[in-house]
Design a protein around this ligand. Sequence first.
Ligand SMILES: C[S@@+](CC[C@H](N)C(=O)[O-])C[C@H]1O[C@@H](n2cnc3c(N)ncnc32)[C@H](O)[C@@H]1O
Length: 242
Amino acid sequence: MRSDYKGVWTALSETLSSAKMHVSGTEDEAIFEASGAGTSEFLLNNVGIDPTDVILEIGCGVGRVGKHLAGRCRRWIGADVSPNMLRFAADRLRDFPNVDFVELSGNDLQPIPDNFIDVAYCTVVFMHLESWDRYSYVKEAFRVLRPGGKLYVDNVNLCCDGGWAIFETHRKFSPAERPDHITVCSTPQELQEYLKRAAFEQIESYAGEELISVWGRKPSHRVSKLTGIGRLGFGASEPPTN
Ligand SMILES: C[S@@+](CC[C@H](N)C(=O)[O-])C[C@H]1O[C@@H](n2cnc3c(N)ncnc32)[C@H](O)[C@@H]1O
């Protein structure tokens, strides 16, 4: 069942080769490395990551992207529903002293405290989630981000030729044959709407050949409804110690 994310993804990641295949469709380490570097460059150049930032990846897989970001931030936290993926990610990032790994239930970020993270990103994960769970992660990201913190999400874009080709390929599965983790696309409007509804601001998008990327910022401070002035007292917080 698709929404049994823990069962589905723990089974898909029993071996490193199966985990890598389901993360990015290749076991070839050179291609895997290059794709991780590409995603990390996109995040660095467009979303913006500071060397002092605490970064959270939601659905980190085997650390394909994290390996390229851990050296560019204060702390990198990899979160995933599959304990197997987390084990492989910990091995891949074993040379970094500033990384933590968190096992998720499947639709919340419960182990992460409020106002804790500078940049959260979730890449190549939404295609495997039900739409309600996509939005739950956007809401949860808002909770764990510090004021002014940023969220990046992406999915296969139904509204471009590359995304449409993926849609047509998957349409060939009969309903009974569809794998639980089959890709379900998004429209740009869907992802933008999630960020808007969760109260993110400065929402930006980029449409690539297959993916739609959307990112936004949690407001730096909130105006009190009663007085029209003032800030909510979000406290500074330290990263979790595991
Ligand atoms: C295609 S892989 C992408 C991994 C990684 N983001 C990357 O780009 O290399 C999808 C990942 O999402 C994880 N995942 C699937 N459903 C999830 C859920 N409900 N919550 C958190 N992680 C989930 C899987 O275990 C897997 O590691």
